[in-house]
Structure formats: structure tokens, C-alpha cells
Design a protein around this ligand. Sequence first.
Ligand code: UFG
Length: 350
Amino acid sequence: MGSSEQHILVTGGAGYIGTHCSVQLLQEGYRVSMIDNFYNSVMEAVDNVKELVGPSLAKKLQLYKVDLRNIDELEKVFSLNRYDAVIHFGALKAVGESMQHPFRYFDNNLIGTINLYQVMAKHKVKKMVFSSSATVYGQPGKVPCVEDFPYIPMNPYGRTKVYCEEMGKDVQKADPEWRIIALRYFNPVGAHESGKLGEDPKGIPNNLMPYLHQVAVGRLPELNVYGHDYPTKDGTAVRDYIHVMDLADGHIAALKKLFTDEDIGFTVYNLGTGKGTSVLEMVAAFEKACGKKIPIKLCPRRPGDATAVYAATDKAQKELGWKPKYGVEEMCRDQWNWAKKNPMGYQKKA
Ligand code: UFG
């Protein structure tokens, strides 16, 4: 259990992973302050976090509508509360958008993180769990991806994740009191089992799971399967999908590591299941979960996509004592539960 004295600041707390993680934190006994600029998230998600944890734990949750780029406002939040650690999710994450608008990514993801490190240092809050991504591996020469593989980011979004990891390394080297864990997520999918929290992307989804969700509820006519000539079992690309609840648990494990391991320094862990699933396998699993046929169209490869990406999981399992509990079946079950209860996402209930 987290001590009731431990207060965690969660940036991007109203977002997809931030909400799931905040529920777990509150249920583990931590106090939580969320910071969010609501660029890609909605207040209803925060209301649902409160509803899920119940009124007494909801009292331990504070929300600040603050943009990390506004250092004065960030400073105010830190002067109001004494934090024990920060979990830093707050960032933009769309690969395509980052190629069209690189400055948007440098501004949000880099300036936001620089400000956060500076304000944390000033207030002597020197423990951070950083939201990184398997995107730093790019097109890996071999799989599974091991944490010491070289950085090969393929787009501005991926580069911001690399730079932020490097920043963390430098900050920690300059002041060894810092303890920083960067978690490299593979493909987070699924939703809270209640169906009250889930991913709700703006516009047409880029990612496979929200796209399947929208086809299944009739918002989109068919799934475009990008590439069917990859050297894989069925010709479609292979990824390591991980249930968002397992990912949230991984953050709790990382946080506990920060509080207990004084030699952690700056350390990176993959958060994945270690299992590769093809696009067609994912479609089949989703069809089984929702009981509907998902129309597909076989399309050319999407530029920049890797053939197969999945995680080496030994380091996280051994050092964090964390292991994912859910498989693709549960990921699709919970995604579908969220989809059918909220076909239009948070905003417009059917
Ligand atoms: N795919 C389709 N049709 C779609 C969407 C996706 O066939 O409509 C395929 C993709 O081509 C890919 C697989 O489904 O083979 C998974 O695609 P996603 O977009 O869901 O996920 P990616 O693996 O491309 O992206 C993820 C994260 C990014 C990260 C990237 C690289 O979402 O944040 O991994 O590691 F940058």
C-alpha cells in the first residue's frame, strides 16, 4: 500500500493512461494531483475516476487545469503541495501529426518536460516516472526489443521521447539525488473493466484498437489493414499489445521502486507482454469479443511501419516484480465493453 502521506503528481492525468493509473494510485492509498491542459482529454474522464474510486478516495484527488508549458502556473501547483514523486504522462502522441507539425511536438513534449524538471528540482521533488515509448526502437534490427538497443526514432514524436529520456539521464547525472524511471510502453489497448474509462481519440483514429472500436459501433465502415506482404505468419505486421490496466500496474511498481531503491539512478524498463500479435489476429480476437464481423480492406503498407515489434520483458519482471496479467482476449473484451457503453466516446452518449 502507498502511504497516505505520499502525494503523487500525475501530468496528463485526465488522459487515457493517466486516468487508469490515477484510479490504481488512489486505490493503493496515494494522494493524487492531476495536471492536464485538456488538449486531448475531457473532464468527464476525471469525473468517472472519482465515481470509480468512491467519495472517500475521491477526496484525495486534486485537479489543476494547467499547461506544462506555463512554468508560472506549474510553479504555483508545486508551491501549493508537497509532492513525493511525479508520473509524467502529459504529452502529444500522434506520429502522423508530429511529421506535419514538428514544432507542436517540440513545444509540448520538450518544453513541457524541461519546465517540469526545473520546477521539480527547485522544489526538491526528485523522483520521476517518465512515460516513454517503444517508438524509441524505431524499426528494430531484431526482436524482442531489449532496453539497451540503440535509439532509432523515426519521426519527431519518437525523437521527443528520446530527447526526454536523454534529458532525464543528464539531470540525474548532474544531481545523483534524482531517481528516474523511464517506462517504454509497447501498444497500450483495452479499457477499465467498468467500461467507464477508455481511449477516446479526437477525429479519425490512427491506432488499430480505437479504429476497430469505431468500425464495430458503426462509426467507420471498414478497417484498412496496412500491409499484407510482411514476412510474418499471415503477412500483417506484428505488435506487442498491452492492457492499459497492466500498464497502470507497471507504473505503481515503478513508483515503489523509486521509493525503495536508492541506487536506481536513471533506469529504463520495457512495459509489454513479450507476445507478438498480428493485425489479422487482433481483428479475429476483436470479432470474437464483440460478436460481429469486422469488414476489412487490404491496403498497402503504412509508411514508417515496422514489420514486428515486441518487448523483452525480463528486466521489468525481475527488477520491478511486475508481470502483465491480461492477454489479447481480455484486452478486446474490455475494449468492447467500453465501446458498447460509450459508442461515441466520453462526449456524446448514444
Ligand atoms: N493498423 C492497421 N490499420 C489501422 C491502424 C493500424 O492496419 O487503421 C496496423 C498498423 O499498420 C500496425 C498495427 O496496426 O501494423 C498497429 O498500429 P498502431 O497505429 O495501433 O500502433 P503502432 O505500432 O504503429 O504505434 C505505436 C504507438 C505509437 C508509437 C509506435 C511505434 O501508438 O505511439 O507504436 O512504437 F510511436
